[in-house]
Structure formats: structure tokens, C-alpha cells
Design a protein around this ligand. Structure first.
Ligand SMILES: Cc1cc2nc3c(=O)[nH]c(=O)nc-3n(C[C@H](O)[C@H](O)[C@H](O)COP(=O)(O)OP(=O)(O)OC[C@H]3O[C@@H](n4cnc5c(N)ncnc54)[C@H](O)[C@@H]3O)c2cc1C
Length: 569
């Protein structure tokens, strides 16, 4: 049995920042199924928010208000306040760690506009911000290699729970196929989002809900899973992100008639309204037959920004347009469509990143979560652009501090190594022995298709019920799949099947919660309940697993500074 004081699953921004903090005193393991610098955080383009006020006067209060209004008042405001207050310090710390930010002519950290933010607040490294931060943190971890061991290309299968305490995880080495138990005083999940359940998504292949479902399977509820963010500018048919930074720099959205249609949806903010509003506007134009050339896409127009500005500020996304669509945004508009991008919901945690089991805040001892897999909830019903990198770094650091506090002087808990290993080995065997007629690839595609068409930007009861029935059928088909590679060494097929199992489960949770929430708020839009209903639904949803199916309970929203008002832009 392997032993570490702390095991952190995930090496994105949240996992690495957590490791830096916890390794000040403890023996830390970071385990990740992809090499750390391949974590999805590295794909982040546009920026990281902080009220530095480098180009216009700004304050944490304004950052907080924008965040709460952007989240359609479902955010827990006590957590939001601490998070936006921490932002400037976090940015300067990253800078001192070696993260290279773009600059103003007088040498300050440059800040650009982003949707839903009333001030230019996004600190950026051209359009490769996630890459710059991820590499700076990775370097710091390497420097600390004495107290941090990184398990590269290892897969976490399940949590080890003893009553109200988490004592470790069961994992396997993807290279050798060996299953191992890691006993730890504290486990931290930083496993990222689950956008891969959708057909059109900006998310990396690794964003498959493994962590969230591992928690769900040991009785932890999932908070607000119905809130999935669709980003307005995914490359047409590909979903690959074309950063909001383009609109931040001044790009326009045009429908098939060449009209700047945002005038009709958010006249004061236009293209820089929050993402849920812009995505719905695009989808409405497409559904009304005003897409470009009658297709399911809209034009994002940049040529008026000029070649010099595009090359300086947006070089990566320009290249993405050329590589994936054959279109150069310096001369031509880019066809785009809404793409599944971010999960506002996730594993419920208190503001110290301790995983909780209910509305009363009962803790699962020794279990923490941070970053996109967790729901604090600072983003409420809709996250503003650039607030997520900030979330991952602020709460990654916090999780590290909480773990230090928790694990100091603690003993290891009880772990029955043989029993825990057997459970996972049986899961492997079960998949290996399947010799059915179904193709996992088809099941995956059918899942993505139904989630996109029936649980996407717009939802209603009829569609959601069809979606849930289809997912149940897919679960049956999943049991009758066929594995072609039966080897142990680098068997990526078997891991893809396990990820698919997690995604099918996650899809059901999203669709059930979407059916439950009979209102429209933030990223969750029901055409049969088009208004926000504060009387009935101003609460978080908490979805539990039970032998009789899903049970949905509620958790109050923490409102401190900003009372709930109508949300208009
Ligand atoms: C294309 C794109 C652009 C974005 N741009 C921005 C932006 O400009 N600004 C902003 O604020 N936000 C942006 N976001 C959102 C933001 O990047 C993410 O929310 C954030 O980086 C998530 O960080 P994380 O540390 O929680 O997880 P991730 O970076 O996703 O890392 C997850 C980690 O978990 C590991 N893992 C998962 N499952 C397992 C398992 N079973 N076993 C072992 N390891 C596992 C993975 O290997 C990985 O290391 C963007 C997102 C995308 C997709």
C-alpha cells in the first residue's frame, strides 16, 4: 500500500496550487491521468479576473456585484466576497512565481474587457493565459520536488470511505495496468469539469466527470448540476474555443442577414453581455432561420480590429481558425456556435473547500475539493468569463491551507487494502469479460447527441424526459459493449470505457436536475418556464443517489450584500 499525508487528484491550476500550499509541511502526492501541463487549465485563453484597476478605477465591490448579477443571484455571497477580495494578491503572487502577463505601455499588468464585467478586469498573457499560469505553477512544483511526488498518467477509480471519514483512493497506473491503494490522511479532488458529455464542447478529452461521479458513488450529493455553461463562440461543428477575448477586444456578432442582433437582446452590453445571454441570443437567431447561410452558425467578425492588434492580442485563436476551419480572422468572419464549456455545479464544499453532505454543512472528514469539479458556489447559475481561473487558484490555495490544518498531527485511518483493490479489479474484469454486440463509440456519440439536442441551451419537460429515457437505454447498451484490447499495458480503451460510464451517469444527473428546476435562471433555460421563480427556486439543488433513483433536496443560498433584483443588461 502506498502512503502519503495528502493525495491530490488533478494537476490543473487547482491541484497544483493546492500542492504548493500543502507541501509546506506535509508529504504530498499529486496524481493525474494526463501529464500535468496537459491539464485543461492550459487551454484557457482569455484571462484571469482581478480588480487591479490598471486601466480604469475598479473595486472588489464592483467585481463582487458583477459576479453575483452574472450568476443570476444563485451565488453564495459570503464566498464570493472572500474570493474577489483575494484576487489582486493572487495575481501578484502568480507574477512573482514567474507568470508572464501582457503589459500596458507604462509597464503595468494589462487588463481587457470581458462579458458581464463592468470594468476591464481580465489580466492576460495574450490569448494563452492558462498556459502561462499552468507552466509557472508546474515550475514551482518541480522546485519543491522533495515534498511533492507526481504520479503522471495514473487514473483514480474510487474513494475509500470509513463512516464519516475519507481514508484514501484506489488508483491504477495507466502504463502498467497495476491497481494500487493510496492511503492518505486527506484526499483533495481537483478533477475539473465534464463538458465532454456534450457533442459540441470546448473541453479537453480528459474532462469526463470521474471525480464528481466517484464522490456521488459514495453518497455525496452533487450541487446545481443542471447549470452547464454554453460559451457563445465555439468554432462551427468543432466546438473548439474561440476566446471571448475576441469580443473583449471589440469583435462583433452578425446573423445571416449581417445584423448586429445583440441590440435586440442586451442593448447596453451588446456582445459583452454574460455568456448565457449571448448563447441564447445566438441559438434564438439560428432557430428563427437567421443563421449564416441557413446553417447552425453565427458570424464573429474581427477584420475591423486590424492585423496588428489581432497578431499581438489574439495570435493563438487566429491560428485555431486557420487550422480547423481554414479561415483567417484578419480578413474574414469566423463561423461559430454555442459550445458546452463549463460546469457551475459539482461536489458541494464549504468556503474552506471541505466537502459537505447536506444543507447543514455536515462534513465528510478528510475529503476536500477545489476548482471546476467543486461547487462553492461562487458562480451561482452562470459563471463570468475569467472568473474560473481565479476560482481554481484562490480555492486551490485554500484547499491546501485547509488540508494543512486538518492533517497536522492526524493518524492514518483504517483501510482494508485487499477489499478496496478487489472492488476495482472486479470492475476491470467485468469490462474485460464483456463480449457484447454494442460499440462503445456509438454509445458515446448517442449520449453526446441527445445531451446536445435535448439538454442544451434551451430545455423543456418533454425534451428532458426523452433525454432521460434515452440515457437509461444507453446504460443498458453500455453493459453489452465489446472490448477489443484485452491487454494490461497502456490500455487506453479500457480507461475510455470507464470515462464513458462516468459520463453516462453524469448526463443522467444533469438531465434529472434540469427537469426538477422549473424556472429559467442563468445557464439553465426552460422554454416551458421562461421566468426566474425566486419564490420556488431561489435555492441550490442537491442531487443524491439512492436505491430508488435520484433524490433532489435543496440548500439555501447565502445572500449578504446584494439583494435579489431583476437581471437586465
Ligand atoms: C478552452 C477553454 C478556455 C478557457 N478559458 C478560460 C479563461 O480564459 N479564463 C477562465 O477563467 N477560465 C477559462 N476556462 C475555464 C478554466 O480553464 C477551467 O475551469 C479551469 O482551468 C479548471 O481548472 P481545474 O484545476 O479545476 O481542472 P483542470 O485543469 O481541468 O484539471 C483537471 C485535472 O484532473 C485530472 N483528472 C481528472 N480525472 C482524473 C482521474 N480519474 N484520475 C486522475 N486524474 C484525473 C486531469 O488529469 C487534470 O490534471 C476555459 C476552459 C476551456 C475549456
Amino acid at each position: 500500500m502506498i502512503e502519503h499525508d495528502v493525495v491530490i487528484i488533478g494537476a490543473g491550476l487547482a491541484g497544483m496550487r493546492c500542492a504548493l500550499e500543502a507541501s509546506k509541511e506535509l508529504d504530498v502526492a499529486v496524481l493525474t491521468k494526463v501529464y500535468p501541463s496537459r491539464s485543461h487549465s492550459g487551454a484557457a485563453q482569455g484571462g484571469i479576473a482581478a480588480s487591479l484597476g490598471n486601466s480604469e478605477p475598479d473595486s472588489w465591490e464592483e467585481h463582487m456585484y458583477d459576479t453575483v448579477k452574472g450568476g443570476d443571484f444563485l451565488n453564495d455571497q459570503d464566498a464570493v466576497e472572500e474570493y474577489v477580495k483575494a484576487a489582486p494578491r493572487i495575481i501578484y503572487e502568480l507574477e512573482h512565481m514567474g507568470c508572464v502577463f501582457s503589459r500596458t505601455p507604462d509597464g503595468k499588468i494589462a487588463q481587457r474587457k470581458f462579458g458581464g464585467h463592468s470594468k476591464p478586469r481580465a489580466c492576460f498573457s495574450a490569448d494563452r493565459t492558462g498556459h502561462a499560469i499552468l507552466h509557472a505553477l508546474h515550475e514551482q512544483l518541480m522546485k519543491n520536488a522533495k515534498s511533492v511526488k507526481i504520479y503522471n498518467e495514473w487514473y483514480m477509480h474510487s474513494l475509500i470511505i470509513d463512516g464519516d471519514r475519507c481514508n484514501g483512493v484506489v488508483v491504477s497506473n495507466i502504463q502498467t495496468g497495476e491497481v494500487e491503494v493510496i492511503r492518505a490522511k486527506a484526499v483533495v479532488f481537483c478533477t475539473g469539469g465534464y463538458g465532454r458529455v456534450y457533442k459540441i464542447t470546448s473541453n479537453a478529452f480528459a474532462s469526463t466527470a470521474d471525480g464528481v461521479i466517484a464522490a456521488f458513488e459514495v453518497g455525496i450529493p452533487l450541487e446545481d448540476p443542471e447549470f452547464v455553461q454554453f460559451h457563445p463562440s465555439g468554432l462551427f461543428r468543432q466546438g473548439i474555443l474561440f476566446s471571448e477575448a475576441a469580443r473583449g477586444e471589440g469583435a462583433y456578432l452578425l446573423n445571416g442577414k449581417g445584423e448586429r442582433f445583440m441590440e435586440n437582446y442586451a442593448p447596453s452590453r451588446m456582445e459583452l453581455a454574460p455568456r448565457d445571454i449571448v448563447s441564447r441570443a445566438e441559438q434564438s437567431e439560428i432557430d428563427a432561420g437567421r443563421g449564416v447561410n441557413g446553417e447552425d452558425c453565427i458570424h464573429l467578425d474581427l477584420p475591423h480590429l486590424g492585423e496588428a492588434r489581432i497578431l499581438e492580442r489574439l495570435p493563438q485563436i487566429r491560428q485555431l481558425g486557420i487550422d480547423f476551419l481554414g479561415i483567417d480572422c484578419i480578413t474574414d468572419p469566423i463561423p461559430i456556435q454555442p459550445t458546452a464549456h463549463y460546469s457551475m455545479g459539482g461536489i458541494p464544499v464549504d468556503k474552506f473547500c471541505h466537502v459537505i453532505l447536506d444543507a447543514e454543512g455536515t462534513k465528510m472528514n478528510g475529503f476536500f475539493a477545489a476548482g471546476e469539479c467543486a461547487c462553492v458556489s461562487v458562480h451561482g447559475g452562470n459563471r463570468l468569463g475569467t472568473n474560473s481561473l481565479l476560482d481554481a487558484v484562490v480555492f486551490g490555495e485554500r484547499a491546501g491551507k485547509s488540508v494543512l490544518e486538518y492533517a497536522r498531527g492526524k493518524d492514518f485511518g483504517n483501510v482494508n487494502e485487499g477489499q478496496e483493490k478487489t472492488k476495482v479489479l472486479e470492475k476491470f474484469e467485468d469490462v474485460f469479460q464483456r463480449d457484447g454486440s454494442e460499440s462503445y463509440k456509438d454509445i458515446r456519440e448517442d449520449m453526446k447527441e441527445i445531451m446536445m439536442s435535448h439538454c442544451g441551451v434551451f430545455r423543456d419537460e418533454k425534451k428532458l424526459k426523452v433525454c432521460i429515457d434515452t440515457l437509461k437505454e444507453l446504460q443498458v447498451r453500455f453493459k453489452k459493449g465489446k472490448v477489443t484490447d484485452k491487454g494490461k499495458i497502456f490500455n487506453t480503451e479500457i480507461y475510455e470505457i470507464m470515462e464513458l460510464g462516468n459520463m453516462l451517469r453524469m448526463s443522467e444527473v444533469i438531465a434529472e436536475a434540469a427537469l426538477y428546476r422549473q424556472e429559467s435562471r442563468g445557464g439553465h433555460s426552460r422554454t416551458d418556464f421562461p421566468k426566474r421563480d425566486d419564490e420556488k427556486f431561489l435555492h441550490h439543488s442537491m442531487v443524491y443517489d439512492s436505491p430508488d433513483g435520484f433524490v433532489i433536496k435543496t440548500k439555501p443560498v447565502v445572500i449578504t450584500k446584494y439583494p435579489v433584483t431583476e437581471r437586465t443588461y
